[in-house]
Design a protein around this ligand. Structure first.
Ligand SMILES: C[S@@+](CC[C@H](N)C(=O)[O-])C[C@H]1O[C@@H](n2cnc3c(N)ncnc32)[C@H](O)[C@@H]1O
Length: 281
């Protein structure tokens, strides 16, 4: 049985079901869960949907399981629905909650002191104008996505606006990661995997930005017994006995054809590992 921890529209689950696997789909977004459940109804008992966070996957779905698939980040329906407030391209309430519960992005901006908001924008958005942007956001206290975009523009000198991406890309990424505790979710899922996966269990994770990818890469390297910070040019020093083997030596990226069909795939990186036979936990 395979767990799809980011069920979304159900595309990955559908492919796994068509390949003959039983699948449990997990998503924190009740709208995604309802749509995917309808799409996958024809698979009957082979598919089950569970609402929850993949950080809790080991308690949501009792192990051992044969595999976990994670396709991180937001889905196209979330991004393209103005009322969800994820996109700087559409005007809507500054919400960004995948589950619909908890603090919205507007409330987060209002609650955090300016220096903490700047830290969030710097760490999760890798935005070098984090401090003036945080100042502009605190001065404006945006309630809508377009008000937030205006504040970002005010916080950044015109000549520093990026040429190939939207001026608010990094700030919106940071707010979304903070609102949904995305890195904590990934850390918790990774921490539970070694004992939850069964023998030869596979973990396959698609990430969309460097913060996620770094975490996945370093964790997988550790499990595979490789020291991530080995000096360049030297063979990897073995730190601990490997408990997993890498299935992707380098991350898999989308082909030109895939990117042409789905431009959002251009920054996707897939890494996968398999638990070694005979490893107990
Ligand atoms: C990129 S989409 C997945 C698309 C899916 N692979 C498909 O084929 O349609 C990501 C989905 O994961 C969900 N998600 C993101 N973080 C989550 C978390 N921590 N726990 C559960 N679901 C999460 C989002 O709500 C969204 O529906």
């Amino acid at each position: 049985m395979i767990v799809d921890g980011t069920l979304g529209g159900g595309g990955h689950s559908e492919a796994l079901l068509e390949a003959g696997f039983r699948v449990v789909g997990v998503d924190r977004d009740p709208l995604a869960l309802a749509a995917a459940t309808a799409r996958l109804a024809r698979f009957g008992d082979s598919f089950r949907a569970v609402q929850g966070e993949f950080g809790d996957v080991a308690s949501l779905v009792p192990g051992p399981v044969d595999g976990l698939v994670l396709d991180l980040g937001v889905s196209s329906p979330q991004l393209d629905t103005p009322a969800r407030g994820f996109s700087f391209m559409h005007d809507g309430p500054l919400d960004m909650r995948m589950s619909g519960d908890g603090e919205t992005a507007a409330e987060l901006i209002a609650r955090l002191p300016e220096n903490e908001l700047a830290d969030v924008i710097y760490q999760y958005g890798e935005e070098r104008f984090s401090r003036p942007i945080a100042r502009a956001l605190k001065a404006r206290l945006p309630r809508t996505t377009f008000e937030a975009v205006e504040a970002v523009k005010q916080g950044m000198p015109r000549k520093a606006w990026p040429k190939d991406t939207h001026v608010a890309t990094r700030t919106f990424q940071a707010l979304r990661i903070a609102v949904n505790a995305e890195l904590e979710q990934l850390e918790r899922a990774l921490a539970s995997l070694p004992s939850w996966l069964g023998p030869k269990g596979v973990a396959a994770i698609i990430s969309f930005h460097s913060l996620e990818d770094r975490l996945v890469k370093q964790t997988f390297k550790k499990w595979c017994g490789e020291q991530d910070d080995a000096p360049k040019g030297l063979p990897f020093a073995r730190t601990t006995a490997p408990t997993f083997e890498a299935l992707t030596k380098k991350p898999l990226v989308a082909t030109d054809d895939e990117t042409a069909q789905n431009p959002r795939a251009r920054s996707a990186k897939l890494r996968a590992v398999r638990k070694l036979p005979g490893v107990v936990s």
